[in-house]
Design a protein around this ligand. Structure first.
Ligand SMILES: NC(=O)c1ccc[n+]([C@@H]2O[C@H](COP(=O)([O-])OP(=O)(O)OC[C@H]3O[C@@H](n4cnc5c(N)ncnc54)[C@H](OP(=O)(O)O)[C@@H]3O)[C@@H](O)[C@H]2O)c1
Length: 257
Protein backbone atom coordinates (compact mmCIF):
# COMPACT_ATOMS: atom_id res chain seq x y z
CA UNK A 1 0.00 0.00 0.00
CA UNK A 2 1.46 3.38 -1.03
CA UNK A 3 0.62 6.10 1.47
CA UNK A 4 0.07 9.55 -0.01
CA UNK A 5 -0.28 12.94 1.67
CA UNK A 6 -1.65 15.83 -0.39
CA UNK A 7 -0.77 19.41 0.56
CA UNK A 8 -3.24 21.93 -0.79
CA UNK A 9 -7.02 22.02 -1.07
CA UNK A 10 -7.57 23.70 -4.45
CA UNK A 11 -8.70 22.40 -7.83
CA UNK A 12 -5.76 20.08 -8.49
CA UNK A 13 -5.74 18.75 -4.92
CA UNK A 14 -9.43 17.84 -5.17
CA UNK A 15 -9.25 16.17 -8.57
CA UNK A 16 -6.05 14.30 -7.72
CA UNK A 17 -7.48 13.23 -4.38
CA UNK A 18 -10.54 11.74 -6.08
CA UNK A 19 -8.43 9.92 -8.67
CA UNK A 20 -5.82 8.62 -6.21
CA UNK A 21 -8.30 7.26 -3.69
CA UNK A 22 -9.76 4.87 -6.29
CA UNK A 23 -6.95 2.27 -6.75
CA UNK A 24 -6.80 -0.32 -3.93
CA UNK A 25 -3.02 -0.12 -3.60
CA UNK A 26 -3.08 3.64 -2.92
CA UNK A 27 -4.15 5.33 0.28
CA UNK A 28 -4.45 9.09 0.53
CA UNK A 29 -3.99 9.14 4.28
CA UNK A 30 -4.11 12.90 4.80
CA UNK A 31 -4.87 16.24 3.18
CA UNK A 32 -3.09 19.27 4.60
CA UNK A 33 -4.12 22.88 3.97
CA UNK A 34 -4.42 26.20 5.70
CA UNK A 35 -8.05 26.69 4.58
CA UNK A 36 -10.32 24.84 7.07
CA UNK A 37 -13.48 25.31 4.96
CA UNK A 38 -11.78 23.81 1.89
CA UNK A 39 -10.41 20.95 4.04
CA UNK A 40 -13.93 19.92 5.05
CA UNK A 41 -14.48 18.55 1.51
CA UNK A 42 -11.89 15.83 2.17
CA UNK A 43 -13.04 14.96 5.73
CA UNK A 44 -15.44 12.24 4.58
CA UNK A 45 -12.68 10.08 3.15
CA UNK A 46 -9.39 11.09 4.73
CA UNK A 47 -7.67 12.60 7.72
CA UNK A 48 -7.21 16.35 7.33
CA UNK A 49 -5.25 19.00 9.18
CA UNK A 50 -4.54 22.70 8.94
CA UNK A 51 -1.62 22.32 11.35
CA UNK A 52 1.49 21.96 9.22
CA UNK A 53 3.30 20.41 12.22
CA UNK A 54 0.92 17.44 12.26
CA UNK A 55 1.79 15.95 8.88
CA UNK A 56 1.61 12.13 8.79
CA UNK A 57 4.36 9.73 7.74
CA UNK A 58 3.83 8.84 4.06
CA UNK A 59 5.61 7.41 1.02
CA UNK A 60 4.87 10.41 -1.19
CA UNK A 61 3.96 14.02 -0.41
CA UNK A 62 2.15 15.80 -3.26
CA UNK A 63 2.45 19.59 -3.05
CA UNK A 64 -0.58 20.90 -4.99
CA UNK A 65 -0.42 24.56 -3.99
CA UNK A 66 0.01 27.87 -5.83
CA UNK A 67 3.26 28.03 -7.82
CA UNK A 68 4.67 30.99 -5.88
CA UNK A 69 4.15 29.24 -2.53
CA UNK A 70 5.82 25.92 -3.41
CA UNK A 71 9.26 26.94 -2.16
CA UNK A 72 8.15 28.79 0.98
CA UNK A 73 5.76 26.04 2.18
CA UNK A 74 8.83 24.11 3.32
CA UNK A 75 9.56 26.82 5.93
CA UNK A 76 6.34 25.81 7.68
CA UNK A 77 5.98 22.05 7.24
CA UNK A 78 7.58 19.64 9.65
CA UNK A 79 8.87 16.88 7.36
CA UNK A 80 12.47 15.90 6.64
CA UNK A 81 14.14 13.64 4.05
CA UNK A 82 10.89 12.59 2.37
CA UNK A 83 9.80 11.99 -1.21
CA UNK A 84 8.08 15.25 -2.20
CA UNK A 85 6.65 16.16 -5.60
CA UNK A 86 4.88 19.26 -6.86
CA UNK A 87 2.18 19.45 -9.54
CA UNK A 88 3.21 22.61 -11.37
CA UNK A 89 3.89 22.99 -15.08
CA UNK A 90 6.14 25.98 -14.67
CA UNK A 91 8.16 25.35 -11.49
CA UNK A 92 11.50 23.51 -11.78
CA UNK A 93 12.20 20.41 -9.71
CA UNK A 94 14.95 22.27 -7.83
CA UNK A 95 12.41 24.68 -6.32
CA UNK A 96 11.93 21.84 -3.83
CA UNK A 97 14.50 21.74 -1.00
CA UNK A 98 17.51 19.46 -1.42
CA UNK A 99 17.03 17.69 1.91
CA UNK A 100 14.12 15.80 0.31
CA UNK A 101 13.98 13.28 -2.51
CA UNK A 102 12.47 15.53 -5.16
CA UNK A 103 10.04 14.98 -8.01
CA UNK A 104 7.31 16.42 -10.22
CA UNK A 105 3.84 15.03 -10.91
CA UNK A 106 2.32 17.43 -13.43
CA UNK A 107 -1.14 16.55 -14.75
CA UNK A 108 -1.40 18.27 -18.13
CA UNK A 109 -5.05 19.26 -18.02
CA UNK A 110 -7.23 22.22 -17.07
CA UNK A 111 -8.95 21.71 -13.71
CA UNK A 112 -11.97 23.72 -12.59
CA UNK A 113 -14.34 23.41 -9.68
CA UNK A 114 -17.42 21.23 -10.34
CA UNK A 115 -15.98 19.76 -13.55
CA UNK A 116 -15.55 16.00 -13.67
CA UNK A 117 -12.25 15.05 -15.30
CA UNK A 118 -11.24 11.68 -16.69
CA UNK A 119 -7.67 10.95 -15.62
CA UNK A 120 -7.36 7.84 -17.85
CA UNK A 121 -6.54 9.86 -20.97
CA UNK A 122 -4.81 12.74 -19.22
CA UNK A 123 -1.06 13.11 -19.77
CA UNK A 124 0.84 13.01 -16.49
CA UNK A 125 4.36 14.40 -16.79
CA UNK A 126 6.74 12.99 -14.24
CA UNK A 127 10.27 13.83 -13.21
CA UNK A 128 12.51 12.55 -10.40
CA UNK A 129 16.17 12.75 -9.45
CA UNK A 130 16.86 9.02 -9.44
CA UNK A 131 15.62 5.87 -11.15
CA UNK A 132 13.92 4.37 -8.08
CA UNK A 133 11.86 7.49 -7.44
CA UNK A 134 11.02 7.77 -11.12
CA UNK A 135 9.73 4.21 -10.96
CA UNK A 136 7.59 5.05 -7.92
CA UNK A 137 6.12 8.06 -9.74
CA UNK A 138 5.58 6.00 -12.86
CA UNK A 139 3.60 3.44 -10.88
CA UNK A 140 1.60 6.16 -9.15
CA UNK A 141 0.77 7.92 -12.42
CA UNK A 142 0.02 4.68 -14.29
CA UNK A 143 -2.48 3.66 -11.65
CA UNK A 144 -4.71 6.58 -12.65
CA UNK A 145 -3.68 7.39 -16.24
CA UNK A 146 -2.77 5.55 -19.45
CA UNK A 147 -0.62 8.50 -20.58
CA UNK A 148 2.53 8.85 -18.49
CA UNK A 149 5.48 10.85 -19.84
CA UNK A 150 8.94 11.52 -18.47
CA UNK A 151 9.50 15.25 -18.97
CA UNK A 152 12.47 17.26 -17.69
CA UNK A 153 12.07 20.62 -15.92
CA UNK A 154 13.47 22.33 -19.01
CA UNK A 155 10.99 20.60 -21.35
CA UNK A 156 8.10 21.14 -18.92
CA UNK A 157 8.77 24.89 -18.94
CA UNK A 158 8.20 24.97 -22.72
CA UNK A 159 5.33 22.48 -22.57
CA UNK A 160 3.55 24.71 -20.06
CA UNK A 161 4.14 27.72 -22.31
CA UNK A 162 2.60 25.84 -25.26
CA UNK A 163 -0.30 24.81 -23.01
CA UNK A 164 -0.99 28.46 -22.11
CA UNK A 165 -1.34 29.26 -25.83
CA UNK A 166 -3.62 26.33 -26.72
CA UNK A 167 -5.72 26.42 -23.56
CA UNK A 168 -5.71 29.69 -21.61
CA UNK A 169 -5.39 32.05 -24.57
CA UNK A 170 -7.89 30.07 -26.65
CA UNK A 171 -10.35 30.22 -23.76
CA UNK A 172 -9.82 33.97 -23.47
CA UNK A 173 -10.69 34.26 -27.16
CA UNK A 174 -13.88 32.24 -26.44
CA UNK A 175 -14.66 34.82 -23.74
CA UNK A 176 -14.28 37.67 -26.25
CA UNK A 177 -16.45 35.79 -28.77
CA UNK A 178 -19.03 35.16 -26.05
CA UNK A 179 -19.12 38.88 -25.18
CA UNK A 180 -19.62 39.86 -28.83
CA UNK A 181 -22.49 37.34 -29.09
CA UNK A 182 -24.11 38.60 -25.89
CA UNK A 183 -23.91 42.23 -27.03
CA UNK A 184 -25.67 41.30 -30.26
CA UNK A 185 -28.26 38.91 -28.72
CA UNK A 186 -26.81 35.87 -30.48
CA UNK A 187 -26.55 32.60 -28.50
CA UNK A 188 -22.88 31.62 -27.99
CA UNK A 189 -23.95 27.98 -28.60
CA UNK A 190 -24.26 28.77 -32.32
CA UNK A 191 -20.44 28.82 -32.42
CA UNK A 192 -20.09 25.41 -30.75
CA UNK A 193 -19.88 23.26 -33.93
CA UNK A 194 -17.15 25.61 -35.21
CA UNK A 195 -15.23 25.33 -31.93
CA UNK A 196 -15.58 21.53 -32.01
CA UNK A 197 -14.41 21.19 -35.63
CA UNK A 198 -11.45 23.54 -35.03
CA UNK A 199 -10.16 21.31 -32.25
CA UNK A 200 -11.09 18.05 -34.04
CA UNK A 201 -9.37 18.76 -37.34
CA UNK A 202 -5.89 19.22 -35.83
CA UNK A 203 -5.97 15.50 -35.06
CA UNK A 204 -5.56 14.81 -38.78
CA UNK A 205 -4.03 17.97 -40.26
CA UNK A 206 -1.46 20.40 -38.84
CA UNK A 207 -2.51 23.76 -37.32
CA UNK A 208 -0.72 25.35 -40.28
CA UNK A 209 -2.93 23.49 -42.77
CA UNK A 210 -6.04 24.01 -40.65
CA UNK A 211 -5.88 27.84 -40.59
CA UNK A 212 -8.65 29.68 -42.46
CA UNK A 213 -10.16 33.16 -42.11
CA UNK A 214 -9.61 36.72 -43.30
CA UNK A 215 -5.98 37.00 -42.10
CA UNK A 216 -4.92 33.74 -43.77
CA UNK A 217 -6.70 34.88 -47.00
CA UNK A 218 -5.17 38.38 -46.73
CA UNK A 219 -8.71 39.76 -46.92
CA UNK A 220 -7.83 43.35 -46.03
CA UNK A 221 -11.35 44.81 -46.35
CA UNK A 222 -12.87 42.28 -43.94
CA UNK A 223 -10.05 42.74 -41.43
CA UNK A 224 -10.62 46.52 -41.43
CA UNK A 225 -14.39 46.08 -40.99
CA UNK A 226 -13.85 43.74 -38.05
CA UNK A 227 -11.45 46.14 -36.33
CA UNK A 228 -13.98 48.99 -36.76
CA UNK A 229 -16.71 46.81 -35.21
CA UNK A 230 -14.69 46.19 -32.04
CA UNK A 231 -15.47 48.72 -29.30
CA UNK A 232 -12.79 47.58 -26.88
CA UNK A 233 -9.26 48.86 -27.65
CA UNK A 234 -7.59 45.76 -26.17
CA UNK A 235 -9.76 43.55 -28.38
CA UNK A 236 -8.82 45.63 -31.44
CA UNK A 237 -5.14 45.21 -30.50
CA UNK A 238 -5.56 41.44 -30.02
CA UNK A 239 -7.35 41.15 -33.38
CA UNK A 240 -4.63 43.14 -35.18
CA UNK A 241 -1.73 41.35 -33.48
CA UNK A 242 -3.13 37.87 -34.15
CA UNK A 243 -3.93 38.79 -37.76
CA UNK A 244 -0.36 40.07 -38.25
CA UNK A 245 1.04 36.92 -36.67
CA UNK A 246 -1.06 34.73 -39.00
CA UNK A 247 -0.08 36.78 -42.04
CA UNK A 248 3.64 36.54 -41.23
CA UNK A 249 3.32 32.77 -41.44
CA UNK A 250 1.43 32.75 -44.75
CA UNK A 251 3.33 35.61 -46.43
CA UNK A 252 6.16 33.35 -47.60
CA UNK A 253 3.66 30.99 -49.21
CA UNK A 254 2.02 33.89 -51.08
CA UNK A 255 5.38 35.14 -52.27
CA UNK A 256 6.14 31.69 -53.69
CA UNK A 257 2.91 31.46 -55.75
N1 LIG B 1 -5.68 24.40 -12.32
C1 LIG B 1 -5.08 23.76 -13.29
O1 LIG B 1 -5.67 23.61 -14.37
C2 LIG B 1 -3.69 23.15 -13.08
C3 LIG B 1 -3.28 22.17 -13.99
C4 LIG B 1 -2.05 21.54 -13.77
C5 LIG B 1 -1.23 21.93 -12.72
N2 LIG B 1 -1.65 22.93 -11.88
C6 LIG B 1 -0.76 23.29 -10.77
O2 LIG B 1 -1.25 22.72 -9.55
C7 LIG B 1 -0.95 23.59 -8.43
C8 LIG B 1 -2.25 23.95 -7.71
O3 LIG B 1 -3.09 24.63 -8.63
P1 LIG B 1 -4.68 24.75 -8.39
O4 LIG B 1 -5.28 25.01 -9.71
O5 LIG B 1 -5.15 23.63 -7.56
O6 LIG B 1 -4.71 26.09 -7.55
P2 LIG B 1 -5.91 26.64 -6.64
O7 LIG B 1 -7.19 25.95 -6.94
O8 LIG B 1 -5.84 28.12 -6.74
O9 LIG B 1 -5.45 26.19 -5.17
C9 LIG B 1 -4.25 26.68 -4.65
C10 LIG B 1 -3.97 26.02 -3.32
O10 LIG B 1 -2.71 26.53 -2.83
C11 LIG B 1 -2.90 26.95 -1.49
N3 LIG B 1 -1.93 27.99 -1.17
C12 LIG B 1 -1.68 29.14 -1.86
N4 LIG B 1 -0.70 29.83 -1.25
C13 LIG B 1 -0.34 29.12 -0.13
C14 LIG B 1 0.60 29.31 0.92
N5 LIG B 1 1.38 30.40 0.96
N6 LIG B 1 0.67 28.37 1.89
C15 LIG B 1 -0.12 27.28 1.87
N7 LIG B 1 -1.03 27.03 0.90
C16 LIG B 1 -1.13 27.94 -0.10
C17 LIG B 1 -4.33 27.46 -1.47
O11 LIG B 1 -4.76 27.56 -0.15
P3 LIG B 1 -5.83 28.70 0.27
O12 LIG B 1 -7.15 28.18 -0.17
O13 LIG B 1 -5.68 28.75 1.73
O14 LIG B 1 -5.42 29.96 -0.44
C18 LIG B 1 -5.01 26.33 -2.25
O15 LIG B 1 -5.20 25.19 -1.46
C19 LIG B 1 -0.20 24.78 -9.03
O16 LIG B 1 1.17 24.53 -8.92
C20 LIG B 1 -0.62 24.77 -10.50
O17 LIG B 1 0.37 25.34 -11.34
C21 LIG B 1 -2.86 23.54 -12.04
Amino acid sequence: MTKVVILGTGNVARHLFNALREPDHLNVIQVVGRNKKALSYFNRWSDTTSDFNLICEADIYIIAIADDAIHSIFDTIAIKNKFVVHTSGSVAIDALPRIHRRGVFYPLQTFSENREINFKNMPICIEAENKEDLKILHQLAASISDMVFEVSSEQRKSLHLAAVFVNNFTNHLYAIGNKICLENKIPFAILEPLIQETSRKIKTISPYEAQTGPAQRFDKGTIEKHITLLKNKKHRDIYSLLSQSIQEIYTKEREKS
